[in-house]
Design a protein around this ligand. Structure first.
Ligand SMILES: Nc1ncnc2c1ncn2[C@@H]1O[C@H](COP(=O)(O)OP(=O)(O)OP(=O)(O)O)[C@@H](O)[C@H]1O
Ligand SMILES: [Mg+2]
Length: 373
């Protein structure tokens, strides 16, 4: 392969693996003969959903080489050996099924929980992930709400029963990407919209698989949307994600605040610090600019106060997110408000919370620095 063709093809990024195709061993024979740029591209798996996009990007890259008048691209599939080589490279020498988010991780991990359902935890989590990714951070999002998963729908990755399926390279699972966020949800592994009726050990295995068998690559942030309440999943995750910090979402209602406190305190029992509290649906702004406090006031501060006492160090309210029609419509349509309507007050509030998360420092003292491709 000559230098100009190699350089052109190195600009083509595999949308799932987020690396140049030249580094992934996806380029076979490639040459320019009499102005015709020819290239053989080897996909990781048959029926790779990114095939069309990769082919179009390759054609565009080749056509941009000076002196090229025609392109001829052949799409094939890697052999088993080539795939094995790629998997080794992706694992970057780490043992098979090692936990990339153990105590030495450089990824900032946040578990987002709530005491009760329907407080907007998933909407907030999806928007926080998109806001961080828009700042150029590498972000992963796990929908650990096994029974009521909703993250794929909120990010345009298909509604329940018809969710985008992750590509697999043998036993390695590639998380689908939406708004630059790598997303994994139990909904992606189910046939149709059947309810999940799993118990403790199966739940633990599912969550473990999300962490161990998914190729996350190097992440700056991992956000986890917990199921509402306290339970097996939160405890499993607490063990698997020792550096995680908890964020508790509540509404301003005092009754909601009481339940929310319990979800934060489970994290404290499994050793996670509480990063802060988000008060969602804080008010509705009326046409004349007045704020109508539909669900009362003070819930967020109340949870923060109680968790401060339990934790023995200050827990603050990270932000108040108002009731917002664009936020609700965006969640329903798979178009997160922070990306689609950034001027909306709820979007700005979420943006400010994302900034606080981005500013949070990992204690790096005594940590090994990891290097990988
Ligand atoms: N600030 C807000 N303004 C308007 N609607 C909101 C707001 N936050 C959330 N919603 C809407 O409330 C509903 C519940 O939100 P969401 O699914 O995010 O909550 P949840 O806490 O994850 O619920 P579940 O317990 O079902 O997982 C959704 O329809 C969502 O669009
Ligand atoms: Mg939810």
């Amino acid at each position: 392969m000559n230098e100009s063709i190699r350089r052109a093809l190195s600009t083509v990024i595999d949308p799932e693996l987020r690396l140049p195709i030249t580094e992934l061993g996806m380029v076979g024979q490639a040459e320019i003969i009499d102005g015709v740029a020819q290239a053989v591209i080897k996909l990781t798996v048959v029926g790779c959903p990114a095939a069309n996009r990769i082919e179009a990007d390759v054609v565009a890259a080749l056509a941009g080489i000076s002196g090229v008048t025609e392109t001829a691209v052949t799409m094939t599939v890697m052999s088993a050996e080539e795939r094995a080589e790629l998997k080794d490279k992706l694992r970057a020498g780490k043992p098979i099924r090692s936990n990339p988010f153990d105590k030495d991780t450089l990824t900032r991990v946040f578990l987002i929980g709530s005491g009760k359902g329907g407080v907007g935890k998933s909407s907030i989590t999806a928007n926080l992930a998109v806001a961080l990714a828009a700042q150029g951070k590498r972000v992963g999002l796990i929908d650990a709400d096994i029974f009521g998963f909703s993250i794929p729908g909120q990010l345009g990755l298909g509604a329940a029963g018809d969710t985008v399926k992750p590509t697999r390279i043998d036993d390695l699972i590639l998380p689908p990407v939406a708004y630059d966020v790598k997303v994994i949800s139990i909904g992606m592994f189910l046939d149709g919209n059947k309810p999940v009726a799993w118990r403790g050990p199966m739940l633990h295995r599912a969550v473990e698989q999300f962490l161990l068998d998914v190729h996350w690559g190097d992440l700056d942030f991992l956000l986890v949307d917990l199921p509402p309440g306290t339970g097996d999943i939160a405890i499993s995750l607490g063990q698997l994600l020792p550096t995680a910090k908890t964020i508790v979402v509540t509404t301003p209602q005092m009754a909601a605040a009481e339940v929310a406190e319990r979800s934060g305190s489970v994290g404290l029992q499994t050793g996670q610090k509480v990063f802060g509290v988000i008060e969602n649906m804080a008010w509705l702004e009326l046409a004349d600019g007045t704020k109508m406090e539909l669900f009362g006031t003070g819930g967020g501060q109340e949870v923060a106060n109680r968790l401060s006492t339990l934790q023995g160090s200050p827990v603050s309210v990270l932000g108040q997110v108002p009731i917002s029609v664009p936020l609700r419509e965006g969640s329903d349509a798979g178009k997160p408000v922070v990306a689609e309507t950034p001027n909306d007050p709820a979007a700005s509030a979420i943006e400010r919370i994302a900034n606080l998360m981005a500013a949070d420092q990992l204690g790096l003292a005594g940590k090994k620095l990891k290097l990988s491709v």
